[in-house]
Ligand binder design. Structure first.
Ligand SMILES: [Fe+2]
Length: 369
């Protein structure tokens, strides 16, 4: 059943009726039943919110407990649910032990820095902009050459690449750009002890070996550590239509996705096409965006290293200034990582230490002086 009532546009996100803004009210992350509502005022222009539900923003480098010198203790969790845990870490020294997460697959998004990751499968050099995908149960160790800040997305389910549908399997990135480690045949096998810290059910056990546990001389198969740099992702776009965030999905997980927003042309081919995201009520997904680099065109006051968190049940959309600012622009140079989760995320105690207190007020339209 499809209905049309009142003042609308024939093509969503294009030629919005004069004096209105568009809201997309949609199930299943813009894939299910949908209605477009044409409103006289943006649904985010509230004047007061009472209660817990509100948009949040965090300055991750201010999280309490960072830089503790220890990778495991210094990975500070800020949001979590039964499927996903999000953590942030800053490390300067080589980890003195190995780590194995028996609870989750991990996607490490390297925000700043460079170095080496040693794993059961071999070593890889890493740099800013890398995604390192580490399947549950793989031993690894980070050896920074420069101070390294990273976002950790720990997923209870496997991390997979989505089907590319009608754009074909080489779109967004060709699997040829993925790096996997080579085992080191001449590894120093000096005597230990060597420690492997294993996370199981959230607790750490330490296993000590008299030899280096990274001792693989060969491997074969389709389960391994892999590396993808965001420079090798080629976003798709339409110059006449604002594509939904699902066009930018990089990884699928259990009840969650990771999207990568990258520099791309804006919608300049049609004067009536929206250039900024439409307003939306998150009804089926919580939405977390980590701002990596560039200028974030739909939000003011956001710097690299910050995160916004828009929970289910409350609207969000572009900031008022963003709509004007983007009018003359032809491109966006933002680089950001978005994590959408089907089930609600909880803020951790640590997250409160880095919260931008007045973020929920950032859409409020101030009276002109
Ligand atoms: Fe959104």
């Amino acid at each position: 059943m499809y209905f049309v009532k009142g003042k609308v546009t024939r093509q969503a996100h294009v030629d919005i009726p004069e004096g209105c803004c568009e809201e997309e009210y949609a199930r299943r992350g813009f894939f299910g039943r949908t209605s477009h509502l044409y409103r006289r005022q943006p649904p985010v222009n509230w004047s007061h919110i009472e209660g817990d539900l509100r948009p949040h923003a965090f300055e991750l480098p201010k999280l309490e407990g960072l830089r503790s010198g220890d990778y495991k203790r210094g990975r500070v969790p800020f949001l979590r649910n039964q499927d996903i845990e999000l953590l942030f870490a800053i490390i300067t020294e080589a980890m003195p032990y190995y780590f194995r997460n028996a609870d989750a697959d991990e996607v490490l998004f390297m925000h700043r820095g460079e170095g080496v990751i040693e794993t059961d499968f071999g070593a890889l050099d890493y740099e800013a902009g890398d995604y390192l995908v580490i399947p549950r149960g793989t031993v690894y160790r980070l050896i920074p050459r420069r101070e390294t800040a990273l976002l950790v997305i720990a997923s209870a389910g496997e991390v997979e690449i989505p089907d590319r549908g009608i754009v074909g399997k080489h779109a967004l990135f060709d699997e040829g750009v993925i790096n996997v480690p080579e085992p080191d045949q001449d590894r120093d096998l000096s005597e230990g002890p060597f420690e492997v810290k294993v996370q199981h059910q959230g607790r750490i056990s330490t296993i000590t070996y008299p030899f280096n546990p990274i001792n693989v001389v060969g491997w074969k198969g389709d389960l391994t550590v892999w590396q993808l740099n965001i420079r090798d992702i080629r976003p798709i776009h339409s110059e006449r239509y604002h594509l939904p965030p699902t066009a930018h999905i990089t990884f699928l997980m259990q009840n969650a996705v990771i999207c990568t927003f990258l520099p791309r042309p804006l919608e300049t081919g049609d004067a009536g096409a929206l250039k900024v995201p439409f307003y939306h009520a998150n009804i089926d997904f919580d939405e977390v965006i980590f701002y990596h680099d560039g200028e974030f065109f739909s939000r003011g006051g956001i710097e690299p290293g910050m995160v916004t968190f828009h929970p289910q049940g409350i609207h969000h959309g572009p900031h008022p200034k963003a709509v004007e600012a983007v009018a003359g622009k032809e491109r966006t140079n933002e680089k950001a990582v978005m994590i959408d989760t089907r089930h609600p995320l909880e803020l951790t105690q640590e997250a409160r230490s880095a919260e931008v207190q007045d973020y929920w007020q950032s859409w409020m339209v101030k009276e002109e002086e």
